[in-house]
Ligand binder design. Sequence first.
Ligand code: MN
Length: 424
Amino acid sequence: MTIKANNPALSSWIDVEKNSDFPIQNLPFGIYSDNQVNHHACSAIGNYIIDLYELANCGFFSSLNLNKEIFNRSSLNDFIELGKTTTRALRDRLSVLLDGTNKELQDKKEIFNQIFKLQSSVKLLLPVRVGDYTDFYSSLDHATNIGTMIRDPKNALMPNWKYIPVGYHGRASSIMVSGTNFHRPKGQMKPADAEVPTFGPCKLLDFELETAYIIGKSTESGESISTEQADDYIFGMVLFNDWSARDIQTWEYVPLGPFLSKNFASTVSPWIVTLDALEPYRTEGYLQDPKVFPYLEYKGNKNVDIKLEVAIQPENKEETVVCRSNYKYMYWTMEQQLAHHTVNGCNVNVGDLMGSGTISGPDPSEYGSMMELSWKGTKPLKLNDGTERKFINDNDTVIMRGYCQNDKVRIGFGECKAKLLPAN
Ligand code: MN
């Protein structure tokens, strides 16, 4: 299937800088508000957001037979629920309207300001209402690093790890959009040399460099999604920071896994980049040995080449990039994760969010958490302002970025950032 909006030959009549995350081949979806608008669905091109409600209102989507009110909601759930045939047609139509050779919208100078607004002048909101959130643990290098540090270098991976895309159910209520700051969590922790636990602000606050995919089609309880069907159920991807309190985690995680160490805040980027837009950047997956169960087998290139980076910005100082990784390092693909998630009949809903797990690469500069970068706090990182970090300090802002680039087109995710405020 050719996705028309992905055509690398297209260029827009809207000016798009060379390194922009939002060329005409991206056209992601989000929700924004400003002084005039409570919440409208939008897309992005260059430095602008595109108000989809206003475009519908002006009749530009009349061929698609959509109720314009679908773009006047506080989340994209109802729009996504229309299904990929419709959302793909909408993205294609948008692409036509923005194409330099098309005059329909280009010539309507009088409505430009009603439809296009500078992205820097609006507030981007959480794009979906997340009903359920699952986090996986699918990067081989990350799982190996963590297992080496906290268990045994000789048996770093648990025996189940290459058989099961390991995951846990996270908490949806504290998923926040980029730009939402939060306070350092408090809780119980027990330092290795202490006999009894203590209570107070967490000392080892960490980020986890992740992506997440958004479910685009619901299933009934009892249904399973095969790896072959999975892409039809995945609407798109976002950047995701699964903030983690390592000292709380170490004390609480046996036997049922992380609880208060991760449920206080998770940050998502505001733009959902569609799986359609990511198709040109698909790449080969890991050779999986031992062989996986038949329900986890898949055909074709199912990893995605997404270049990822994390920067730490101390208050009023310049940022320092502390990690450069890539989504292609995932051992388990999204399709395998979803097949596994539903193989027991667990139903999924539109808007559910599935975290990748921390994405680390083989090189130490590619580790996706401070836990790994500072090797449990034994190797502090030097920042550009001269200070050092083992974990995240109060008033530090952590910024994640991601983009795909081939020889023709670069598309990106924008930023996923949040500032850690001192404990309450
Ligand atoms: Mn995680």
